[in-house]
Design a protein around this ligand. Structure first.
Ligand SMILES: NC(=O)CC[C@H](N)C(=O)O
Length: 326
């Protein structure tokens, strides 16, 4: 059989990072090394798939914009629509990979595998994790059972679901975790082992599959804490934002000052989504609090869903349904 054709889309991050010495694992420059060099560093890829590379961006992911991830989504959809492409692997910075991964999970209109990967150590470091992560990501994308599982995030021998996985540690290699849901599978030597499918609407079943957006809504994130000031809501109103994701303490509680701020924002037609700053668990609805709840999405992922959803509706019932199903 002919090996699967996997396209590697490179966007930057530490996997393409360069330090001054092999010992430098912080303060290096992300998004330097080009896609051809990334592929050349892993000759083993040839044993797994027929790979081709494309440089989409070469940047640190904290600078990634919504228009850039929308363009990435359009590129992935165009590639996967081709009969000669079997899957896509995307290299990305770890800092916001969970946001891009979830955006793609919601907008890719294909059952073919989309696997994102990254690294925690720059390409120049001792025991750089990028080459193995790239090989394992391609192993997953080339696996015949990898389709229809939504966008996957592969690092450190684990396969995480875009919907659930989050960066949990600033510097550790095993930083990607899903505290409640765990991993959907793992890589054991040459073998890709899948355990389950995420039970959330994604890719071809998502309400946003194939969505192309010319104008992105402006959705910001505010956080709750002791003495949080209500004036941040007024700043958001003055900037004409479309939506505010509020990461409250505990189960998404809201101080009296922020509650009043929320009411002022809602009166101006701004959509409020409440989530929790705790890092895991659902944010329950509360008849005494305004806004839609984010289900178990963290604030950055809730922002991604909200900016897609607001392009279709401002109806809070519909928005709430999407937050509970995607
Ligand atoms: N480990 C990383 O990839 C972080 C590098 C950089 N801050 C980024 O997200 O692109």
């Amino acid at each position: 059989a002919t090996p699967p054709h996997i396209v590697i889309l490179a966007t930057g991050g530490t996997i393409a990072g360069q330090g001054a010495s092999s010992e430098q694992t912080t303060g290096y420059k992300a998004g330097v090394v080009g896609v051809d060099q990334l592929i050349q560093a892993v000759p083993e890829l040839k044993h797994v798939a027929n790979v081709s590379g494309e440089q989409v961006f070469n940047m640190a992911s904290e600078d990634m914009s919504t228009s850039q991830i929308a363009a990435l989504s359009a590129r992935v959809n165009a590639l996967l629509a081709r009969s000669d492409v079997d899957g896509v692997v995307i290299t990305h910075g770890t800092d916001t990979i969970e946001e891009t991964a979830y955006y793609l999970d919601l907008t890719v209109n294909s059952e073919k595998p989309v696997v994102m990967t990254a690294s925690m150590r720059p390409s120049t470091a001792i025991s750089a994790d990028g080459p193995m992560n790239l090989l394992e990501a391609v192993r997953v994308a080339a696996n015949p059972n990898a389709g229809g599982r939504g966008v996957m995030v592969v690092l450190n021998d684990r396969i995480g679901a875009a919907r659930f996985v989050t960066k949990s540690n600033t510097t550790a290699l095993d930083t990607f975790k899903a505290p409640e849901e765990g991993y959907m599978g793992r890589i054991v030597g040459p073998d890709v082992v899948f355990d389950y499918h995420p039970d959330r609407l994604h890719t071809t079943h998502s309400a946003f599959a194939g969505m192309t957006s010319s104008k992105q809504p402006n959705v910001i994130i505010l956080s709750g804490y002791q003495d949080d000031p209500g004036f941040l809501f007024d700043a958001a109103i003055a900037q004409h934002v479309d939506g505010i994701v509020f990461a409250g303490p505990g189960a998404g509680s809201v101080s009296s000052r922020s509650r009043e701020g929320m009411q002022r924002a809602i009166a101006k037609g701004i959509t409020i989504v409440r989530t929790s700053r705790t890092g895991s668990g659902n944010t329950p609805t509360d008849p005494q609090l305004p806004g839609v709840v984010a289900d178990s999405l963290n604030a950055p992922k809730a922002r991604i869903l909200l900016l897609l959803a607001l392009q279709k509706t401002h109806d809070t019932h519909q928005l709430q349904t999407w937050f509970h199903t995607h």
